[in-house]
Design a protein around this ligand. Sequence first.
Ligand SMILES: NC(=O)C1=CN([C@@H]2O[C@H](COP(=O)(O)OP(=O)(O)OC[C@H]3O[C@@H](n4cnc5c(N)ncnc54)[C@H](OP(=O)(O)O)[C@@H]3O)[C@@H](O)[C@H]2O)C=CC1
Ligand SMILES: O=C(O)CCC(=O)C(=O)O
Ligand SMILES: [Mg+2]
Length: 416
Amino acid sequence: MYTNVHIPENGEAITIENGLLRVPNHPIIPFIEGDGIGVDVTPAMLMVVDAAVSKAYGSDRQIHWMEVYAGEKATQIYDSETWLPEETLEVFKQFKVGIKGPLTTPVGGGMRSLNVALRQVLDLYVCQRPVQWFTGVPTPVKKPSEVNMVVFRENSEDIYSGIEYQAGSEQAQKLISFLQSEMGVNNIRFTDLCGVGIKPVSKEGSQRLVRKAIQYAIDHDRASVTLVHKGNIMKYTEGAFKEWGYELAKEEFSAQLLNGGPWYKIENPKNGREIIIKDVIADSMLQQMLLRPAEYDVIATLNLNGDYLSDALSAQVGGIGIAPGANIGEKIAIFEATHGTAPKYAGLNKVNPSSVILSAEMMLRHMGWVEAADLLLKGISGAINAKTVTYDFERLMEGATLVTCSQFGECIIENM
Ligand SMILES: NC(=O)C1=CN([C@@H]2O[C@H](COP(=O)(O)OP(=O)(O)OC[C@H]3O[C@@H](n4cnc5c(N)ncnc54)[C@H](OP(=O)(O)O)[C@@H]3O)[C@@H](O)[C@H]2O)C=CC1
Ligand SMILES: O=C(O)CCC(=O)C(=O)O
Ligand SMILES: [Mg+2]
């Protein structure tokens, strides 16, 4: 059925029945190794997850990994022009849950992001990135334990839509002329060589993201949902995101004004506790999360803000080496590290594999395999407490033992 993807014989596909994920005891999980440090972190992740599943369930459960291709490896397996094979997309549609390493995107030209393409083509509209401190991880802030936020980043719209035209191109000139002659725009300062980008933000796209963020707060007993936007400047995109977010909170979750406004509150139907729905302008949020992190919990924001916020927040808990993530749609979920391909470290067996391992922890929880997920957390905490860590932590930690990427994986297993 597939050309270069070999379906494991003894595994079964995860399916969706009556809207719920049905996970067999021997699920087939597709994975993309990833470019750059993908060759280092992905094998470590596979090894650690297999060990956790085996420890949790013995021979009753096992993941049957199935490699699918994207990025440079796809060009080697398929042909030099094929970066994201059609069958990779088909596999994710068929098998529902997958995981990936990072993929390279050239800067300033060349092809558009494969990571973004996967999210858009498969409509994985939630990018969920939890940011939490593990005791003992060295960080630049004084109270990293106060950071416990979950970023819900809109993953399908905003300037990541890729509607962008190069300065001097016929399309850019045409668009500028249209804006001037038809739309009354008279403040594009240097029209001769001017790139143009368009930022689509829809009501439906904004509200489905905010709905997931509020539902997460309800399901996980969180204290607040903060809508982060730059609506003072981008009124009809970022500002509309905020308005539509509050509107949804009122219409679907019966939000009421909090102390006369401007913020709102809802009652958690599961336990009666109050969840505050508030908003903060994005630049202010960047200082708030450093100065007053304990006041923020679930964050709902647009694509670019979410990209910036998730890297900045991860620095507060030790860096992107330990920041996981997931791209989630109605039916399909692909888990992935927050970091990129870190090309200078590629193949050196040096970097921290925790980001993709914690992404796998999210994946196991999504599958309902909570015992294995808990073992991954226990293993990572244990390895950090034993101060056997990769270079990124070792350079900031007194008395630590430096280990390689794969050795860190082994330390995690020893500490499960
Ligand atoms: N989802 C994805 O696939 C993503 C892909 N990318 C792509 O990756 C490429 C490189 O992007 P770049 O901006 O350099 O960002 P990277 O995240 O790849 O690397 C930036 C820095 O972060 C640190 N870092 C990254 N990963 C780890 C890790 N596992 N362990 C420890 N430290 C880590 C390193 O810091 P130090 O130098 O201090 O050691 C590294 O130099 C680009 O092509 C970009 O488009 C970027 C982000 C996400
Ligand atoms: O797709 C890329 O190359 C970068 C994406 C990114 O930075 C992210 O999703 O966090
Ligand atoms: Mg990013």
